[in-house]
Design a protein around this ligand. Sequence first.
Ligand code: HEC
Ligand code: HEC
Ligand code: HEC
Ligand code: HEC
Ligand code: HEC
Ligand code: HEC
Length: 402
Amino acid sequence: MMKKKSLLRINLFAALILIIVASGCEKPKDGDDGVNGINGTNGVDGLNGQDANAFCKTCHNEANWTAVQNQLAASKHGYAANLANEGQQRDCAPCHSAQGYLETMATGLDTPAVNHLVGTTWTDSYIGNYSLTCNVCHSFHGTLDQADFPNYAPNAVPPFKSKFNKNIVLDLGTSNVCIRCHQNRPNTSVTFGGVTVNLDTMYNNYLYSSDSVKIVSSRYGGHHGPQAQLKAGVGMGDYEIPGVAYVNSTGHANLSCGDCHVLSTANNTDSTGGHYYKLKNLRTGNENISKCLSCHPTATSQDMNGVQTTVRGLLQAIEAKGILNHWLIATPGYTNDYGGHSNGMIIGKNGTGNATAANPRTVTAKQAAAIFIFCVCRDDMSYGVHNSKYIQALLTNALAAL
Ligand code: HEC
Ligand code: HEC
Ligand code: HEC
Ligand code: HEC
Ligand code: HEC
Ligand code: HEC
């Protein structure tokens, strides 16, 4: 009690002095600063909070992101020289440039609005857009709830009309992001009576007919990305020549393109798996089977049950027919990826020179369909893995038709 009272008195006294000083009666000089006091002891750490960060960091860490960037840059999706010219042209840009892809996704149109190449002159900003960027395939998870993971934030791409046959809608779920590009292009290289025909309709109307048509391009085929049509197994429409029944393999039905091509463990020596995408190094012949082993535990190659050997054999047999009938030629000393010897160019009339409008190859409508099937299955490059039964049926019936 006593102590409190005297404290109060001292405080009152101090306040009085302050008032005097503040009122400017007298102005004393500032004293020197006192010495800093000694730091107190650290407190005890609190309990750890719940660690959301660690879970996110299993994917979101510097090493992972750098590795992915390097892989992407080394793949054909990122290798500038591969995508250069095609990326500038309207007809090619939806599949050969990141900007072309994103523009057509946004507009829903088949091609970007304008060419970005006039002759050999680059016109504007599409110049730099050779390679695919992360946002072509990824956006945001849409959720951060751990129960919804693994979630690789793939872009949701709605079902779309196949370029090859507008009557067929392609929908392979999480694979749609890939198959907007990895799909057949329309067949515009066949003429009937001097007019370009949709062989699909032609073949439909003239089933078994011996009507002559002309193949007017050496690059005949579905372009290089027929994987959508073959994986979906509905994609070849009326090109399916009757014969062996068309059935889809079901073993891989629930696998997306990325399950095999990206989620296979990256092999930096062979540049396969991960964001290298390819599963075989065509130069060394080395295959990446890390993902396959989870379901085919005894596999030593991608040739399960000899399926790839069978499919390569069918391609070679058709190639042999082509060479015999002079619509293909063998290059001495050259062996292609399926073990044949042709460079794939369709030869024109009389068996010389590449096929063009001026030097067309004349065949029946049914043969033209069979040759198209050959080109598609060759360019798929999985040799049966994408849809073993369907691919074998297509080739078996094509071979018989030739
Ligand atoms: C299974 C791997 C994985 C896990 C786990 C994961 N992410 Fe992601 N996340 C990704 C991928 C892949 C992307 C797309 C990358 C891109 O577009 O740059 C992404 C994208 C994102 C984006 C958008 C980035 C952008 O550029 O648009 C955010 C934000 C994000 N993640 C936050 C999180 C958080 C927070 C967690 C933890 C709750 C988490 N992620 C867990 C793989 C993962
Ligand atoms: C529907 C999408 C699409 C369109 C449109 C498209 N391409 Fe492609 N192109 C692809 C895909 C997919 C590949 C690669 C497939 C692979 O590597 O297996 C490819 C590969 C190529 C290749 C490389 C071939 C090789 O042997 O490596 C060239 C050259 C090419 N395209 C040129 C063009 C040109 C020129 C145009 C425009 C006139 C065009 N593409 C339009 C999808 C397309
Ligand atoms: C051509 C499409 C494509 C591009 C471009 C792409 N990704 Fe991916 N990414 C995938 C697919 C597909 C998966 C596997 C998810 C699936 O199949 O559902 C994946 C998985 C991942 C994963 C998880 C697996 C892993 O390897 O750790 C990360 C992280 C990732 N991507 C980051 C990136 C980043 C960063 C970029 C840009 C530098 C990028 N991706 C570009 C398609 C792509
Ligand atoms: C924007 C269009 C586009 C998208 C989206 C796309 N690709 Fe490609 N892809 C191409 C083109 C074009 C090439 C060939 C480039 C060349 O040869 O010049 C290619 C090449 C490839 C290759 C060969 C790679 C190599 O380095 O040899 C594989 C495998 C592949 N793509 C798989 C996929 C998978 C799986 C997805 C989805 C996760 C996907 N692609 C998404 C256009 C695309
Ligand atoms: C069951 C696993 C599996 C699935 C699912 C799968 N692929 Fe493949 N794919 C392979 C194998 C194996 C090869 C042959 C090895 C190689 O060339 O990469 C191949 C080859 C390819 C090639 C040729 C690669 C090159 O070397 O130029 C492309 C492009 C491709 N696939 C794209 C796709 C697309 C697009 C999808 C989805 C529609 C898909 N794949 C689904 C296993 C798969
Ligand atoms: C999610 C499981 C799974 C994965 C991953 C997987 N497969 Fe398969 N695969 C199957 C099933 C199931 C079958 C059908 C049953 C069978 O023939 O063994 C099958 C069938 C096949 C066939 C056809 C066999 C036949 O006789 O018709 C081939 C070829 C094949 N797989 C290759 C591969 C390759 C190559 C990989 C890796 C790039 C792979 N698979 C990855 C489950 C898988």
